[in-house]
Write a protein that binds this ligand. Sequence first.
Ligand SMILES: [Zn+2]
Ligand SMILES: [Zn+2]
Length: 227
Amino acid sequence: MLYPQNIKCAVCGKDLFEENRYRICSGCSLTANIRFCPKCGRAVGESTVYCDDCMNHGRDFKEARAPFVYEGKAQKLVYRLKYGGQKYIAKIMAQYLADEYYKNDWYIDFITFVPMHIKREKSRGYNQAQLIASELSQIVNKPLVDSLKRIKYSNNFARLSREERFKEAEDSFRANDKYKKKSILLIDDVFTTGATTGSCAKELIKSGASDVYVLTFCTGVCKPKLY
Ligand SMILES: [Zn+2]
Ligand SMILES: [Zn+2]
């Protein structure tokens, strides 16, 4: 048998006739994040180098990157993993994150993930960020560490403004251990403002980590402020 059978595109469901570790057909290509802020990795417009946030405020992580923009087909995949119970999508996402990881040439001691509050994880049954991180850890052969606990339960986080998100994410996490001089790769599904990943990074640095890098499957588009 030359071709694997029963392998379908994760987006449109069509049969894939070629060996394709991404499991997404050529007709379903996602919006690649090509022009991005070199610090936070968010998609930026033509004229910008650093986004306004990275230009005007510090970031607790060293660099963040994401292969896709949070829209269209990529956004739908995130939804299906997060709310549709389709856990196999985590493995597909991890393939893309592995490429991104190798591209960036970061030195990493271990991989970790943005934790969910215990209440939310119980109701969903799993943490999608943990699933992606676990798959990635197997592909790139770096240990997975459950390094953080979410101690604050935030409701309707998605509806908050940028400022409210940063305020709400503050002191939301506790490190499970000391990570002295460790370089850590933090995984989440989507990077929006960086409030959550930033708060996680801050806590890891407080626990002794030397550097925190962030990889997410999707990232937001940063619209420059109009003056
Ligand atoms: Zn397709
Ligand atoms: Zn930025």
